[in-house]
Design a protein. Structure first.
Length: 612
């Protein structure tokens, strides 16, 4: 019996000392802690000539020079930067971004550095969606397989610029061709959250329009995270840090942005907000975009100051801290300001929102003229293309096609009038207002007064517009302030439907009194509809779970502005759950011990019984 007791106790002690399987929480997605920088590989000494860059490069270089790329990678690594995100025009080697990116990957691979591309879909080498899809397929099959290519959660990361120049449907088709199994991570640019139905995350390339760069990073981090509730899946947030900005030499008219550096204050504040925003990645705009004056590469005016400041900020961030923000220089006025190299203080364009966010009725720059019917017209100038006009006015390229009955292969002529949107002040009293308010007690409904081509059908109160020469469905929807899905539904049409002159189009309904409900299910409370994004090209805010980007107060002749939502708070970093999963783990561990002890005890009894 003593031997039996000794065997049982020994077995129990052995089991208790065995290593136990511990159920650990899965690592949070994203949250890499990496800091990258936008990088440009299209420079030659002529690009640094007088009058072409706001600051002077002490050593003008060729971006094709391998030694130059090696030097830039070494400088970035010394500052704590983990990789470059290079603008890329596709796999055609006739343009230098392709061979230069190959060299960058080779240099990065030998330096412990990372590289990714910013895909530019509206370059001269991207003529249509088939070419775009083919370029992305090639990227994923070649460069993205290189050991130095940037990966997050095991997938190669692709940044996009000007994705807003194409529609969501275009990108859906492109991705279904290039990446049907979603084996890569696509990061969209700008503040149009609707693109997150196709893309996996968002970044704001340029935040220099904002006098509060820290708050912008925190707000848009929250907007992007919140979009996951609408579109599903993980939505990655890539925060932006900038030293300053000056594109005054690029001829962008009132879209020019000059943001004073303030002896590093803007860089400190933007980086601080990026660190607070719970970003999956932080990207500095930029390492060497000299033409826009956002570089941290050494210059005559600043020397190594911004590389050294980057190292200070990044060291604090990677050590788990939040770099302190700094008081910013005033956002108005002129003259020189500390640290600006004699540049004026910030002169910000009217576009007070994330750059390149496409809204067809956004405030136009002064060269566009509003006509009596509300159409905002751009008169074609030498060198204009439909793509350049779309980018200039931040209009979806597909919307521009539909506004003007044009297509990707359409040719423009100097002096041609191009409709880029509508001035909502001029088209006040639309069919929407008429439908909501009904006809006035006396006189003609406002919609009939403003648009003689409009009538109201007596039998059902339908507001009818007769198509004029040159009209498109999207133009009619904009004129009357209604959504395209409503136009399609009311008229049994779809996005491929053609319309003809004098065709009647229903653009709304004058409401008729409804009988009061008496009892029955009509009195039951109705469940609120689920928020879904609207495909409407109008400037009306989409019904998403997040707020639209901030917009300025419109001047007297400008298009009406979108509502501005309060800035969201920073999303907290994920914390390992301490609830049911851990309780279950403990219970299973104890159960494992008890069962093992009993099994060994039973085996011991059998063994001893046989011996006896």
């Amino acid at each position: 019996m003593k031997r039996l007791i000794l065997f049982f106790v020994t077995s129990l002690l052995i089991i208790l000392t065995l290593p136990r399987a511990v159920v650990r929480p899965a690592a949070a997605q994203g949250k890499t802690g990496l800091v990258l920088a936008h990088y440009y590989a299209w420079y030659d000494p002529n690009a640094f000539a007088a009058g072409k860059t706001p600051f002077k490069n002490p050593n003008p270089y060729f971006s094709t020079d391998r030694a130059t790329i090696q030097r830039q990678v070494d400088q970035a690594r010394a500052a704590g930067i983990d990789g470059f995100v290079q603008a890329w025009y596709g796999p055609d080697s006739s343009q230098q971004t392709e061979p230069n990116f190959r060299t960058l990957l080779e240099v990065a691979g030998g330096s412990g550095f990372k590289a990714a591309v910013t895909f530019e879909p509206v370059s001269a080498w991207m003529g249509n969606n088939e070419v775009r899809a083919s370029a992305l397929s090639t990227l994923l099959a070649t460069h993205a397989q290189h050991p130095a290519y940037l990966r997050m959660d095991g997938k190669p990361v692709i940044f996009f610029w000007a994705n807003w120049a194409l529609s969501v449907a275009d990108w859906e088709a492109i991705r279904n061709t290039a990446d049907p199994n979603r084996n890569s991570i696509w990061i969209a640019e700008g503040g149009a959250l609707k693109y997150l139905s196709v893309f996996d995350g968002m970044y704001l390339y340029n935040i220099a329009w904002s006098p509060d760069p820290a708050g912008i990073n925190i707000r848009w981090g929250g907007e992007t995270r919140g979009a996951a509730g609408t579109y599903g899946g993980t939505k990655y947030w890539v925060a932006t840090a900038m030293p300053g900005f000056n594109d005054s030499l690029l001829g962008r008219g009132s879209n020019t942005i000059v943001r004073d550096r303030g002896d590093g204050a803007y860089f400190r504040s933007s980086f601080s907000g990026a660190a607070q925003s719970g970003a999956d990645l932080i990207v500095i705009t930029s390492f060497n975009e000299w033409a826009e004056g956002s570089h941290i590469e050494p210059s005559q005016e600043f020397g190594d100051f911004y590389l050294n400041l980057a190292r200070e900020l990044i060291t604090t961030y990677k050590g788990g801290g939040i770099p302190a923000a700094a008081p910013l220089p005033p956002a108005s006025g002129g003259g020189s300001s500390g640290g600006s190299g004699g540049q004026p203080a910030a002169v910000v364009s009217q576009q007070q929102g994330p750059t390149n966010t496409p809204f067809p009725t956004r405030t136009p720059i002064p060269t566009a003229t509003a006509r009596p019917d509300g159409r905002i017209i751009h008169v074609v100038e030498p060198g204009d293309t439909l793509i350049s006009i779309a980018i200039r006015y931040s209009v979806d390229l597909q919307d521009l096609y539909q506004f003007n009955n044009l297509g990707p292969n359409s040719l423009l002529s100097i002096g041609q009038e191009i409709t880029i949107g509508l001035d909502q002040k001029i088209v006040a009293g639309t069919a929407t207002a008429a439908a909501r308010q009904g006809p006035p007690a006396t006189g003609t409904p406002a919609v009939l007064q403003n648009y003689p081509n409009t009538t109201i059908r007596e039998e059902d109160g339908a507001i009818i517009y007769l198509v004029r020469e040159g009209n498109t469905l999207i133009e009619i929807a904009l004129i009357y302030g209604v959504d395209m899905p409503d136009i399609f539904s009311w008229n049994q049409l779809n996005e491929n439907s053609l319309i003809s002159i004098n065709q009647p189009i229903i653009v709304g309904y004058v409401p008729t009194p409804k009988p009061e409900a008496v009892g029955g299910s009509a009195d039951l409370p109705q469940e609120a509809p689920t928020a879904t994004p609207s495909p409407s090209p109008t400037a009306t805010a989409s019904a998403t779970a997040t707020a639209p980007p901030p917009t300025p107060t419109a001047p007297a002749t400008a298009v009406s502005a979108l509502p501005t939502a309060p800035a969201p708070t920073a999303e907290p970093l994920p914390v390992a759950a301490a609830g049911s999963s851990q309780t279950t783990s403990r219970f299973l561990s104890v159960l494992f011990i008890i069962v093992g002890a009993l099994a060994l005890a039973g085996a011991g009894l059998i063994y001893l019984g046989r011996r006896v």
